[in-house]
Design a protein around this ligand. Structure first.
Ligand SMILES: Nc1ncnc2c1ncn2[C@@H]1O[C@H](COP(=O)(O)OP(=O)(O)OP(=O)(O)O)[C@@H](O)[C@H]1O
Ligand SMILES: O=C(O)[C@H](O)[C@@H](O)[C@H](O)[C@H](O)CO
Length: 161
């Protein structure tokens, strides 16, 4: 399991035999409505959503199916919920069959992409919410996340003009 955007996740899914799951498809309507109205999600909004995703991952594991999940698991404790899909996971050991890949993209690039999609009516979330989400993004060396600049350098390949 890796932590990626839809674009990259779907590309990877094509190259592997894994299925791709987009975490946004698992938000309840209430969460999407909140975000659409520019209101950041609270812990109470996110926890059941993350628990549902954990259960989806657990089911895949039980059925020995590898999946790629595109998910903004911003905080360490959110990622802990996802890691616990692995029944043998010891909390805070960060050793789990659930692996994370951070697509390390500059905030301005993410904002520009989001604004473009909002303008085209292709995204539900106003870009003003992005700041609150990036403020929550918690990254340090302790978890051994695979950090990549992939989000930047494959631009030409993703969008050949
Ligand atoms: N590597 C890339 N190079 C160029 N454009 C990209 C790349 N990755 C994503 N994009 C573009 O950025 C936008 C957002 O990408 P994508 O939908 O994959 O992100 P996401 O993280 O799933 O977004 P969200 O969770 O906000 O819906 C899209 O318009 C996509 O085409
Ligand atoms: O935790 C959250 O605040 C949400 O999951 C968001 O991150 C959105 O779903 C995402 O940014 C839009 O794709």
């Amino acid at each position: 399991m890796v932590w990626l955007s839809r674009t990259i996740g779907e590309m990877l899914a094509k190259e592997t035999s894994f299925s791709f799951i987009d975490a946004d498809d698992f938000h309840p309507i209430s969460n999407k409505e909140k975000m659409r109205n520019g209101i950041p999600l609270s812990e109470e909004d996110r926890t059941p959503w993350l628990e549902t995703l954990r259960d989806v991952l657990k089911e895949s594991l039980v059925n020995r199916r590898s999946v790629i999940l595109g998910c903004s698991a911003l905080q360490k404790r959110y990622r802990e919920i996802l890691r616990s899909a692995d029944p043998s996971y010891v909390p805070e050991s960060y050793v789990s069959i659930v692996k994370f890949v951070l697509l390390d993209v500059a905030a301005e690039v993410i904002a520009a992409r989001l604004e473009k999609r909002v303008a085209e009516g292709k995204h539900f979330m106003p870009s003003t919410l992005l700041r609150s989400q990036l403020e929550l993004l918690q990254i340090d060396d302790s978890e051994g996340l695979l950090n990549t600049a992939f989000g930047l350098y494959c631009f030409e390949e993703v969008h050949p003009e």
